[in-house]
Write a protein that binds this ligand. Sequence first.
Ligand code: NDP
Length: 249
Amino acid sequence: MSKLANKVAVITGGNSGIGLGIAQEFKNEGAKGVIVGRNQETLAGAVAQLGDSFIAINADVTNPADLERVFKETAEKFGKIDVVVANAGGGTVGTVESLGEADFDKTIDLNLKSVYFTVHKALPHMNDGGSIILIGSNAAHRAYPNFTLYGAAKAAVIYFAKGFSSDLLGRKIRANVITPGTTDTPAFDKFVPAEQIDALKKHFAGEMPIGRIGQPSDIGKTAVFLASDDSSFMLGAELIVDGGMTYLS
Ligand code: NDP
């Protein structure tokens, strides 16, 4: 029996990288639902990869009105929502001296406000007993040059898993957070000149205790566990999925 048979999921940022990896693993386990993003081309490409299982909704996760539309349309189309993955996010890179108020607002809006309002707008449509999965980052645990703002926002996301779960005890909705380490996605490529990408991936792989960087499927398989009844005794927990990068290197 598939682990997520008949479950309906909403995955923000499901058109790229880790979010697409989660959608693929969910599909493999029998889930259906919605992927959310802004780029029409990558949304269409992801839906094509996911077959009939997922539809795309174009929305900006920093806009609560957009999020309200996402969950209303999902509930209307599928009749219920069992699993919500707040995955969309990304880094604004720079030192505390170089980043100003606009960078601060952008980083907090994308990584923190979006997660709060994804959950806030999902809840009226979610089934009791459902699962909320947040995506943190190991930048919340270690100091990386230029990632202070992003790491601080992700540290708050890790707290949200506890806070949401304690608010939702009456409805038995569980929230947990996955903390990825360096994972092979288009986000990685954005920060690096094209001709250096392969060499840098090799370099990072050499620095990882496990000897390789993460793949979106590593995070996807963990998300399947948190979405399924296999994790029914887990709430407010953080699963660090990082090849040992956070505590062993
Ligand atoms: P990608 O850049 O590959 O994907 C980011 C996704 O977020 C895209 O689908 C993008 O869709 C979506 N997105 C970004 N901004 C918005 C927005 N305002 N509204 C709607 N969707 C948006 O990144 P990753 O897959 O690497 O990252 C996914 C998550 O994992 C992020 O939260 C990131 O912080 C976290 N993470 C990643 C790590 C890594 O090494 N890759 C390590 C640790 C954490 P669109 O382009 O259509 O807007």
